[in-house]
Design a protein around this ligand. Structure first.
Ligand SMILES: Nc1nc2c(ncn2[C@@H]2O[C@H](COP(=O)(O)OP(=O)(O)O)[C@@H](O)[C@H]2O)c(=O)[nH]1
Ligand SMILES: [Mg+2]
Length: 451
């Protein structure tokens, strides 16, 4: 564990040559170091143009904007200074060298500024994760979701639930602690507490029943292109990706490994997955390719099942999968007809599409179908949803403990309190607002009396 009393610094803008680079520094020596480099402390919270000098040699490193943010109203809650210098590599090297000469001042580790912000109560864990997601966001709807989380939308919801739980817990504990006091006898509050907890279980269940939209929006929708060899799968992948990501060939069994291409489809993150053709493979490598294709299909959000051979009724053929969405595509339609095909049709309960990449028939239809499916699988990031498996697990454990609480209504109040405490603890894990007392209660309550 790093001593949080050390002063840390890092380049916060992207690495490499650039017009401007931003360096950030946080910790107890920031004020003094800023003063030494800028030959005096600039006004707080204002951008001031200063010469930055090596305090030992007096040599000018660069001229740039300096923003001095005294504690506690800074990102980390500590004293923070930002230096906006020119983005040359030598400027960075020189500044790093000068800062490192101050005792107790060292380069920051990954995430260390945010960790200090969390430790100083400036951000909770869900908000920190929102910032990380925003930095990673590649599409518009990912950005919207991350901004909401960073702004505390999830945190507020989970904290409001936790407050209700703690309230219920206080009532149940009052019954334990003062069993002889009649006005706090358990009958008086059991009814309202049970009612509120049942209501809460319902709210959590509705929140969990979201078809994983938020997680999908964060991680990307997996679109797997599957079908027999030579159906034109790799050709379709390249057409959708608008580049030659996969090798195309008349030789069946050309694609052997999984090929992934990330796309931004109207603001939705989509990962296209090209797979080896499904057949009884000839050799070991192809067999492995087919195994990987089957596993990709099992994990897919959307399967595009391609086949250039028409089905018995002349329409597309295809295998149905368990994926949340699927489209059966009859490929190479130009080999069947000279007339462009119609759009999506429903045959035997499945959505079907005739398509030709070579003639650019129905590629746009496929793209807008994919976009619609991605939209319903992801949502728009506008409502408060679950964005990570970590949050989902915590919510599931919370619901389980509350279910136990409701199931064993006739049990001793100690057990009821224990279930509520556990539920509040699991909920608190999402935002990181779990105090040591809570943790100790859970750990030690597992030991029997006398241990
Ligand atoms: N006529 C026609 N041929 C196509 C079309 N799409 C792909 N092909 C051809 O079909 C062959 C197999 O394509 P490929 O994408 O490698 O198939 P995969 O094995 O399913 O990945 C190649 O010779 C392609 O040029 C199409 O829309 N029309
Ligand atoms: Mg292929």
């Amino acid at each position: 564990m790093n001593d949080s009393r050390e002063t840390i610094f890092a380049m916060s803008s992207g690495a490499g040559r650039a017009g401007i680079a931003i360096y950030r520094m946080s910790g107890p020596r920031v004020k003094e170091i800023t003063r030494a480099l800028c030959n005096g402390l600039p006004d707080p919270r204002r951008a001031s143009l200063r010469g930055l000098c090596d305090p030992e040699s007096g040599q000018l490193i660069d001229r740039g904007l300096v923003i001095w943010n005294p504690s506690p109203n800074s990102y980390t809650g500590e004293d923070v200074t930002e230096f906006h210098t020119h983005g040359g590599l030598a400027v960075g090297a020189s500044l790093t060298n000068v800062l490192s000469r101050f005792t107790g001042c060292r380069p920051a580790e990954a995430g260390e500024f945010s960790r200090r912000a969390f430790e100083n109560g400036r951000l909770d864990l869900a908000e920190v994760e929102g910032i990380a997601d925003l930095v990673e966001a590649e599409t518009e709807f990912q950005r919207r979701q991350a901004v909401r989380q960073m702004g505390g939308a999830q945190s507020q919801l989970y904290e409001s639930w936790r407050t209700r739980l703690l309230h219920a817990l206080a009532l149940v504990e009052a019954g334990i602690d003062f069993p002889e006091e009649d006005d706090l006898a358990s009958e008086d509050f059991t009814g309202p507490v049970r009612k509120d907890i049942s209501q809460l279980v319902e709210e959590i269940s509705m929140h969990l029943d979201d078809q994983h939209r938020g997680e999908r929006l964060r991680d990307g929708v997996q679109v797997v292109i599957a079908g027999p060899p030579n159906a034109g799968k790799s050709t379709l992948l390249n057409a959708l990706a608008r580049r030659d990501a996969a090798i195309i060939s008349k030789v069946a069994g050309t694609t052997r490994d999984i090929i992934r291409v990330d796309l931004d489809l109207g603001g939705y993150p989509v990962t296209l997955v090209d797979t080896a053709g499904l057949r009884d493979a000839r050799d070991e490598v192809e067999q492995e390719g087919v195994r990987r294709a089957i596993s990709a299909i099992e994990q897919a959000d959307i399967v595009l099942y391609l086949d250039d051979a028409p089905g018995p009724d002349g329409g597309p053929t295809g295998k149905t999968t368990d994926a949340p969405a699927q489209l059966l595509i009859r490929s190479k339609y130009d080999e069947i007809s000279n007339v462009p095909p119609v759009g999506i049709s429903i045959q035997a309960g499945s959505e079907c599409l005739d398509l030709s990449v070579h003639r650019d028939w129905n590629i746009d239809t496929l793209e807008s179908w994919l976009q619609d499916r991605a939209a319903s699988l992801c949502g728009t990031g506008g409502s408060v949803g679950i964005t990570r498996a970590r949050h989902r697990h915590a919510l599931q454990s919370t619901r389980e403990s509350l279910g136990n609480f409701l199931d064993i209504g006739a049990q001793p109040a100690e057990i009821s309190a224990e279930n509520l405490r556990r539920a509040a603890f699991d909920l608190g894990r999402i935002t990181g607002r779990v105090d040591v007392e809570d943790l100790l209660d859970i750990v030690f309550s597992q030991l029997c009396i006398g241990k």
